[in-house]
Design a protein around this ligand. Structure first.
Ligand SMILES: Cc1ncc(COP(=O)(O)O)c(C=O)c1O
Length: 419
């Protein structure tokens, strides 16, 4: 396990700390550095390198990530958002193209479609896994549908077989948003290897991190030149140059009418990524131990639904999502969450507001005649049922016990209050 630098309190992972005077036993995210000598050595090495961009670290990280996933190609980017933007361009999504997508995701997934003028068409989620429901996807296919964008929510993969079957039937591309799913599996296959493309995040709270960063994975050889160009300002080498300066150092070409910008990862990030990748199995293993310990501790509380593990999946426990069933508890999720935070000192966070409810997305859809989208299961999930408990490899046995006791106490305190 990494050595954590306590003096860095409030560092890269302090985003959920609120200065409201509440004394927390278990904050949602930890404080301090997550790195140790491995990452320090990796960075020192880069400081002494010739090149700081597009050099040996990025090349090796891409190769190692591809081989770890079991996929032919991997391309490092600045973030998962930019990875999804490049992938959306490479897949040829353009103005008016419909993309079926889960509403239960960070805005980045919707933005990849919107940035290219595509239309996100939200399909409802499964109430047990909180992932897009293949039966709902099938209902949303129209002649304008070009792709399906899935998110492996919380580290448990979507039911990919029926999704791929729908894609094959209608000739649709599939993008896997794997921001939560480094190390997750579906029927023995890793996230990012089943659809046409997978996009990973290395943001500071992810299963592995360099603060920021992203990766595109694909088995499709035809996408390789497109992704390479779009990630790097559509720059291409001239062919058959007699002298390197004639006609110029490089050419610029379009990619089916699409234009990329600079989405390159730098050498420092890649070196950190390589060190983190070596630790990933250990980090995921620890998440699973913690997730399962919380699951066990939360069995049998009427009105509280712990994590459901799909037997087809290897859950990486990126998130620990709990649901409050108001009808059974006799109290609302918000009353439970209030008690958990203020009285029990355990911080919960909600992910994700159905994307069609954001002001800008609503306006975008309405202007294009796609307003009024509504997914009742995703809506109830976000507004009435869910909360995410603290979940990261640094939680101690004591933290885990405090989480379990906090949830049990909060449930009994609010039970039947009608609030
Ligand atoms: C589901 C999901 N997709 C995409 C992203 C965007 O990742 P990044 O911050 O690397 O752009 C996130 C990040 O939080 C995410 O949770």
């Amino acid at each position: 396990m990494a050595r954590y630098l306590e003096e860095n309190v409030g560092g890269i992972t302090g985003g959920y700390a609120f200065n409201d005077g509440v004394k927390l036993k278990v904050p949602y995210s930890f404080m301090g550095s997550i790195f140790d000598e491995d990452e320090e050595q990796a960075l020192l090495h880069v400081l002494r390198q010739d090149s700081l961009t597009s050099g040996p670290q990025v090349a090796s990280f891409q190769k190692e990530f591809a081989s770890w996933c079991g996929v032919k190609h991997a391309f490092a980017t600045t973030s998962c958002t930019t990875a999804m933007h490049v992938a959306t361009q490479a897949l040829g999504i353009g103005p008016g193209d419909e993309v079926i997508i889960t509403p239960n995701t960070f805005i980045a997934t919707s933005l990849a479609v919107i940035k290219e003028g595509g239309i996100p068409i939200y399909a409802d989620i499964d109430p047990r896994t909180y992932n897009i429901d293949p039966a709902e996807v099938a209902k949303k296919v129209t002649p304008r549908t070009k792709a399906i964008y899935v998110v492996h929510y919380g580290g448990q993969m979507c039911d990919m077989d029926p999704i791929m079957e729908i894609a094959r039937k209608y000739g649709l591309a599939v993008l896997e948003d794997c921001a939560h799913a480094h190390g997750s599996e579906y029927k023995g296959r890793k996230a990012g290897t089943i659809g046409d493309v997978g996009c990973f995040s290395f943001h500071s709270l992810k299963n592995m991190t360099m603060g920021e960063g992203g990766m595109i994975t694909t088995n499709r050889d035809d996408l390789v030149p497109k992704i390479e160009l779009l990630r790097n300002m559509n720059i291409k080498s001239w062919e058959n140059q007699k002298y390197y300066w004639l006609p110029s150092h490089f050419d610029v070409v379009d990619v089916d009418g699409k234009w990329g910008i600079n989405y390159r990862m730098n050498e420092f990030q890649a070196a950190l990524g390589r060190a983190q990748l070596r630790k990933l199995p250990m980090l995921v293993q620890r998440r699973r131990e913690i997730g399962r310990a919380i699951n066990e501790g939360l069995q049998g509380i009427k009105g509280i639904t712990p994590v459901y593990e799909d037997p087809n999946c290897y859950h990486s426990y990126h998130l620990y999502t709990l649901c409050v069933e108001q009808e059974e508890l006799g109290a609302s999720r918000d009353e439970f969450m209030r008690c958990l935070y203020y009285e029990e000192g355990v911080q919960g966070i909600l992910h994700y507001q159905p994307n069609y409810d954001f002001t800008g997305v609503k306006k975008y859809l309405q202007e294009r005649g796609y307003g009024g989208q509504f997914c009742p299961i995703a809506d109830k999930f976000f507004y009435r049922r869910e909360l995410n408990l603290p979940m990261h490899p640094r939680l101690t046995e004591e933290d885990v016990q405090n989480i379990i006791t906090g949830v049990r106490n909060a449930a009994e305190k609010v039970r039947g209050s009608g609030k």
